[in-house]
Design a protein around this ligand. Structure first.
Ligand code: AMP
Ligand code: ZN
Ligand code: FE
Ligand code: FE
Length: 289
């Protein structure tokens, strides 16, 4: 059942590191009472068309989306969080998925991810583990953004660890022997790329950083259009502070579950933002045209 006004503006499909197809996400979202949903896969818009088509066919509101990993020096994440040192995520809402310059921007990142994966595999092999590129590719299947979770799954399958978090703790986490850092675009470059592709750049989950308001302030100075206020890693007090910050700076507010389809997270539909926030992402505040 579609419940008017419930918007999840941040979900992932198997085109990056999620478990579900874009169609399955839409189907599950509708069953979970979501009215609007945006696919924001990491560094890829591969699933955008399928997602929009599935949403339209079922009467769910949507627009294109993406989540870019970027570099902002001096930013630390809260302990236990999954972001590297200096890593900030930027959401791009309403980007034209077939914009040639944006495609190039994204493909450069994907190529870099492939090269980095080869380096990580070499390191793992150097540690005496049996793992090769075709195996990782097979696990990654439809994903165009190769990431550590894919290599981690191979290692779990082969019995080197009980589960994916254990692989990160032992081999692939920051500072572990199989880890290779990823070169990222600066936040500034990513903001520019999103605007150039006709989209609105929104700072993702600032509550994952040690100082959310400092990061939000720096991102605002770079010209972002909005802030992701509701997120599963945000405390009530961070949500309140971010809403106040956004209102003061005249920035849009967004929110979503960051659902990947793994067992350990909240279910789709459990966390959502007001539908009006979704509507404010489209030019004229309407989503029907
Ligand atoms: P990558 O983009 O290849 O650097 O991989 C980043 C992804 O790995 C994140 O989006 C998380 O999904 C996952 N990840 C990072 N750290 C951990 C961890 N400690 N345990 C489980 N998953 C993690
Ligand atoms: Zn992810
Ligand atoms: Fe993120
Ligand atoms: Fe995400």
């Amino acid at each position: 059942m579609l419940i008017p006004g419930r918007a999840d503006m941040h979900v992932h499909s198997f085109h990056s590191d999620g478990q579900l197809s874009p169609e399955a996400l839409v189907q599950l979202g509708i069953r979970s009472g979501l009215w609007a949903m945006v696919l924001c896969d990491h560094d890829t818009v591969e699933g955008t068309r399928d997602f929009l088509r599935a949403a339209e066919a079922r009467g769910m509101k949507s627009i294109p989306g993406v989540e870019l990993s970027t570099q902002l020096s001096g930013v630390s994440s809260r302990s236990g969080d999954k972001l590297d040192q200096d890593e900030v995520h930027l959401l791009g809402y309403g980007v034209r998925p077939d914009d040639p310059a944006f495609q190039t921007f994204i493909e450069r990142n994907q190529e870099h991810r492939r090269r980095r994966m080869r380096l990580m595999i070499e390191r793992l092999q150097g540690l005496g583990l049996s793992i090769d590129e075709p195996e990782v590719q097979e696990v990654a299947a439809d994903a165009s953004s190769l990431g550590r979770p894919h290599a981690a799954k191979v290692l779990v399958q082969k019995g080197y660890a009980r589960d994916v978090p254990e692989v990160f703790d032992t081999y692939l986490g920051v500072g572990r022997p199989g880890y290779v850092p990823r070169r990222r675009n600066t936040l500034e470059e990513a903001v520019e790329a999103v605007y150039s592709a006709g989209g609105l750049p929104v700072l993702a989950h600032p509550g994952c950083h040690r100082d959310p308001l400092e990061v939000a302030g720096r991102a605002a100075a770079l010209g972002i259009a909005g802030i992701e206020v509701i997120h599963r890693d945000h405390s009530f007090s961070v949500i309140y502070q971010l809403i106040r910050f956004a209102r003061k700076r005249d920035l849009l507010c967004t929110g979503g579950s960051d659902f990947h389809g793994y067992g350990a997270e909240p279910d789709l539909g459990d966390l959502y933002a007001p539908g009006a926030w979704f509507c404010s992402l489209t030019d004229d505040g309407k989503t029907d045209e």
